[in-house]
Design a protein around this ligand. Structure first.
Ligand code: 5GP
Ligand code: MN
Length: 337
């Protein structure tokens, strides 16, 4: 169990980092935890905080029930993730990063008690599932919250930490393309580059390198997409297609962005079949329609302009439910005027 702190058991205050800082200072053992389908924000944030805590003499483990995606293997400490609890102290605190709901974490983490969870996140509707919560919904990336914490711990932002945090920001802003890239986000990114973050490696890996099969599948998705009269642009990727190219969902990173770019598209949707016959849905909005609410109606979540959910098959039903949920949000947007 965690050692004693001054934080009340039911602590749910979330906008200020001080209680999280206290927990980070007082405890010795930490486990960085990611959501399923880990991305540059969750991994960059975890490695950055892990590096800073190790510099303070703490023990850090990176729990990841996935492979690190190929395009993120350049991250410092990316070779140190583990799929088991081997070597983890029973008193360790588990830092859940970049997830609004602990159900987004690997199933293996379901048994971690709330008393040992720190929740650091920037998603709308975060459930404050940790004993300690630090949630800033207005920030573009969890990495920015981690930078605040590292500052609060009075730790040096090394070149490696700067690279991790710039990866988090570049990943969640779509390389500064999305509206969440505010002047303050850009200033933080500039500071990280000044501190030695390797911007060129990050952008090359995240935006200028696609797998052969991913690029081929993008071609199919663009060939097959449907644009409805009310501005929903959707396409699907079947397991059969993935298998024919020896590809996985990892090869489909931001294929949905290519649908969103179609003129007259208000909401883009990509349905990706999983081996178990369910569909992973990715939603993107041009900016008027709140796709987070549409995703939430389908049991998922995310952000105003980028969200996702898992839908049961068959495909026709999944498509139907997606269209109904998106249209309900379009209606809500029209009602708001
Ligand atoms: P993507 O389409 O890239 O998988 O996800 C877009 C955004 O939606 C991400 O920020 C992710 O956090 C969120 N998201 C995707 N799937 C889910 C889901 O099943 N549940 C929740 N709560 N959020 C999701
Ligand atoms: Mn994020």
């Amino acid at each position: 169990m965690p050692t004693k702190t001054t934080v009340p058991e039911d602590h749910r205050d979330d906008a200020r980092p001080q209680f999280v800082l206290e927990a980070l200072r007082e405890h010795r053992h930490f486990v960085m935890c990611a959501h399923e389908k880990p991305d540059g924000d969750v991994l960059g944030s975890g490695f950055a905080l892990g590096l800073a805590l190790k510099a303070m003499g703490k023990t850090v483990h990176y729990f990841l029930d996935d492979e690190v995606p190929r395009n993120l293997r350049f991250l410092p400490d990316a070779d140190k993730t583990q799929r088991t609890f081997e070597g983890i102290d029973p008193s360790a605190l588990y830092v859940f990063m970049d997830m609004s709901d602990r159900a987004r974490a690997d199933d293996a983490l379901a048994a971690v008690p709330r008393a040992q969870i720190i929740n650091i996140d920037h998603h709308l509707g975060n459930k404050r599932f940790g004993r300690w919560n630090y949630v800033l919904e207005a920030e573009a990336a969890t990495g920015i919250l981690v930078l605040n914490l590292i500052g609060g711990l009075r730790q040096t932002v090394t070149e490696d930490i700067a690279t991790c945090l710039l990866t988090a920001i570049i990943s969640d802003t779509g390389c500064f393309l999305y509206s969440n890239a505010t002047p303050s986000t850009l200033r933080v990114a500039a500071t990280l580059q000044d501190l030695g973050a390797d911007k060129d490696v990050i952008t090359e890996q995240l935006y200028q390198t696609r797998s052969f099969s991913g690029q081929k599948i993008l071609g199919r998705v663009l060939d097959d997409f449907v644009l409805t009269d009310d501005g929903i642009c959707y396409s699907t990727v079947s397991q059969k297609l993935l298998e024919s190219f020896g590809a996985s969902h990892e090869d489909l990173e931001d294929v949905v962005g290519a649908l969103r770019a179609v003129d007259h598209c208000e909401v883009a949707a990509l349905l990706k079949e999983s081996p178990d016959g369910s569909y992973r849905l990715s939603l993107r909005s041009r900016g008027r329609v709140n796709v987070m609410e549409a995703a939430r109606a389908l049991g998922g979540g995310g952000h105003f302009r980028a969200a996702g959910a898992t839908l049961a098959g068959p495909l026709a039903d999944a498509l139907d439910r997606m269209l109904t949920a998106v249209r309900a949000e379009m209606e809500a947007e029209r009602a708001r005027g």
